[in-house]
Design a protein around this ligand. Sequence first.
Ligand SMILES: [Zn+2]
Length: 235
Amino acid sequence: MARLLEEVPGVVLAVFAHPDDPDVAAGGTLARWAAAGSEVHVCLCAEGDKGSLDPAADTARLVERRRAETAEAGRILGVARHHWLGFPDGGLEDGPELIGRIVEVVREVRPAAVVAPDPTAVFFGHTYVNHRDHRATGWAALDAVSPAASNPHYFPGRGPAHRVGEIYLAGTLEPDVWVDVSSTIEAKAAAIACHASQLGGAGEWLRGEVRRRAEDAGREAGVAFAEAFRRVALA
Ligand SMILES: [Zn+2]
């Protein structure tokens, strides 16, 4: 039977690319941990400025709208604070600039656990190529946590070194731990629904889809609804 994760990290930092990513990838888990007393921080690397296919869209207004949607979703999930890095969509690179900014947040928040996208997941079935920003964010988060944030000689002057205990990679093709999100699946669906700028008229369909995916993961773990992660316990 798949391994169900019961422990609750004291302080959590979720590092994702776009404003709606953490809710889709790990919203049930973040809400469950927050309800159990975790201090949950969310770091968003990109602003969501390209989250529209309308060539006439006012991207500055879109960014503003997405910040408001994200704040509302965060209230539903119990997020303590959002950390916005402000890079443009599509502009994330796994290099010193992004890594340094994430290191700064890690050293400020001092999380026991970091949640991030699995950068090794590229193709989902035959119909979806994982967004470049998701892959870049995953690599940069891994590089920021190990070794950079824990070694004072990396990015000196950006806060005292901090060692993260665990990394949970979401959107993974190789899950090895599952979190029971049966008590927070509705909060997850409600948080995702806050990102109305990204949904068009797909709100109701999406609510069903969120439940279906969590049901599939739950079946593997022997619970009603679950989210799956690849876990790295750093020595
Ligand atoms: Zn995204």
